[in-house]
Design a protein around this ligand. Structure first.
Ligand code: FMN
Length: 233
């Protein structure tokens, strides 16, 4: 059993809240895992050329090609990403759009696998997690847990946060705000979020170590997707 962790933040892993939470989930699974960062990777969105329809292999020449094997070989996924403009950030969205290549010819490359969705945002981390969950559902992957936390808005480190009128530090703490470690949101200092991430890892570990029947999971997810679209199987 191998779990693939994906950090969809374009920031360095050491400073990424998404990476931190994905890491906590992975460390608690108790199974082999690999963590891949999308930072610096050139991944475009799906271009709808349909060249993958025959063999489930995307023909777009960019950095997604080298990630394909890792996605196919994993038994489960832990995907974390930041909220950008109240949505999933573009890099993670592009990466997940390209999973279209796995959906043809019975599409059983991903069907019935398990996933954990992780989202972070300065105001709202659950939105990106919900969108990751939706991508999971479209691939008949069951989300066993969803985790979200508050990371620091860029305004806490851009250098202008204390004076900028539209920055979060001034909006939340008023004029004359002094940016300190204490007022800077940090997922590693949010015990409930860290516990939720650890529990998500343990849950995924238990599910993978138990009798995980991909066919059953896939059928359930297929029904769930149809219901979400107001249709019946
Ligand atoms: C371009 C951009 C747009 C953002 N928009 C939002 C937003 O709409 N809502 C929100 O809660 N956070 C927003 N943020 C803040 C990030 O979600 C936050 O900094 C997060 O902790 C970054 O995660 P990372 O450290 O893993 O990159 C935005 C950040 C950037 C760079």
């Amino acid at each position: 059993m191998k779990v693939l962790g994906i950090c969809g933040s374009p920031r360095r892993q050491e400073e990424s809240s998404s990476a931190s939470l994905v890491g906590t989930v992975l460390q608690n699974i108790g199974l082999e895992y690999e963590m891949i960062s999308l930072r610096g990777r050139n991944i475009s969105g799906c271009i709808a050329c349909l060249q993958c329809a025959g063999d489930n292999i995307c023909k777009v020449r960019d950095d997604m090609a080298e990630l394909r094997q890792a996605v196919v070989q994993a038994d489960a996924y832990v995907i974390g990403a930041p909220n950008y403009f109240n949505s999933l950030n573009a890099l993670t969205h592009a990466f997940l759009e390209r999973w279209f290549q796995f959906r043809h010819n019975e599409g059983d490359l991903l069907w019935g696998k398990l996933g954990v969705a992780v989202g972070v945002g300065s105001m709202n981390g659950s939105l990106p997690a919900e969108q990751i969950e939706k991508f999971f559902m479209y691939n008949f992957i069951e989300t066993v847990a969803s985790v979200s936390g508050h990371g620091p808005a860029p305004c806490y480190s851009c250098g202008y946060g204390e004076s900028c009128g539209i920055g979060l530090p001034r909006m939340l703490h008023g004029n004359g705000v002094c940016i300190t470690e204490e007022i800077t949101p940090d997922v590693t200092k949010q015990p409930d979020v860290l516990e939720a991430a650890a529990e998500a890892g343990r849950t995924l570990g238990r599910r993978l170590s138990g009798k995980h029947n991909r066919q059953q999971v896939a059928s359930r997810m297929q029904r769930k997707l149809m219901e979400s679209m107001g249709m019946e199987l």
